[in-house]
Design a protein around this ligand. Structure first.
Ligand code: 5GP
Ligand code: MN
Length: 317
């Protein structure tokens, strides 16, 4: 598979790189690092991101020329379309079906629920992050990893491992990050940018969200919710809620942490985290979502009360 991808990179000239909606560090970092790799081959590469880059990831170096960072899907064809960090094709966002018309699809991913939608699927569920697989690809290609590639990969691994706390924190992840620091990445700088540069509105909203905290099943399940009104009242953007579920996960004795965020009038996005043996990806799959055993997500339609009972019912079943 690596051989085929190498061939496509060497023989192709124009590439499109994309990832999932609800951008996270791995999504942005993987796309940008691959962008710089293709540029180092003197290829033309476009990064298509449907969503705006969250504030805390804007320091990551991407295309300098804005023509190469696009937010609408182009009509033309590319030699290869890289779809990164997407377990399901629809995670690319509205209009994802059209991407098939843009060219041959190479999917690179680490989600256990990956549906195999690409023409080539380079999927390794043991990888800490998609960026780790991209790093392995760079090593296979024999690319000199530049600072721009390194800072993107480091940030992706840092954020997808929850600052080297989750079970996907392997010795390989540390080895790669060690190499990236030797290239010039400064962990303290990245930690400041990602974790200590939040707008104060995030904390005003967090206060309201923590007030909704409730536990179920003898304290084994903790959940909290965010309505659009709560966001508006706090002058907070949706992206400020990234990481809120991790606070709920910090409660002692819980097995599952759930954050329920309103996205439309009667539609909610659920973020689930498992601290015990429960596979939250399999619960999210019941609702058409997916992810990893310990971190997964899905969307459910209904009012907040119905959504909560549906999810509690699914966990029981
Ligand atoms: P989060 O809760 O942080 O949005 O997502 C946790 C993990 O589950 C991430 O790896 C994310 O890519 C994945 N995920 C979140 N929502 C969905 C979804 O609707 N479908 C799929 N397949 N994966 C999701
Ligand atoms: Mn990822």
């Amino acid at each position: 598979m690596l051989r085929q991808i190498k061939d496509r990179i060497e023989k192709g000239n124009r590439f499109l790189i994309t990832t999932h909606i609800d951008l996270d560090g791995d999504a942005v970092g993987s796309c940008f690092s691959l962008y710089w790799a293709l540029v180092s081959y003197k290829k033309e590469a476009f990064v298509y991101l449907k969503d705006r880059i969250p504030y805390k990831y804007r320091f990551l170096p991407g295309p300098k020329d804005p023509r190469y960072l696009i937010n609408t899907l182009p009509g033309e064809r590319f030699d290869t379309v890289f779809v990164l960090d997407c377990g399901d094709f629809h995670r690319v966002g509205q209009g994802y079906e059209n991407l098939k018309n843009n060219g041959f699809i190479v999917s690179i991913d680490h989600h256990s629920t990956n549906s195999g939608f690409g023409d080539i699927n380079l999927v390794d569920e043991d990888a800490s992050s998609t960026a780790e697989i991209v790093y392995d690809l760079f090593r296979y290609l024999g690319i000199d990893i530049s600072y721009e590639m390194a800072i993107n990969i480091y940030t992706a691994i840092l954020t997808d491992t929850g600052s080297f706390r989750y079970e996907n924190t392997t010795s390989k992840a540390f080895t790669i990050c060690g190499h990236l620091t030797r290239i010039g990445v400064r962990p303290s700088f990245i930690a400041t940018m990602v974790y200590e540069s939040h707008p104060k509105e995030r904390f005003i909203l967090l206060g309201k969200v923590l007030n909704t905290l409730e536990t179920h099943k003898d304290g084994k399940i903790a959940m909290a919710h965010i309505t659009r009104d709560m966001c508006n009242d706090s002058d907070a953007l949706e992206e400020f809620t990234d990481g809120f579920v991790e606070y709920i996960k910090e409660i002692d004795g819980i097995d599952i942490a759930i954050l329920i965020r309103q996205t439309e009038d009667k539609r909610y996005k659920l973020s689930m985290r498992s601290k015990g043996d429960v596979d939250v990806a399999s619960i999210c799959r019941i609702f058409g979502g997916g992810g990893h055993k310990k971190a997964a997500g899905c969307h459910i339609n209904g009012d907040i009360g119905t959504v909560k009972s549906m999810v509690l019912e699914a966990i029981k079943g």
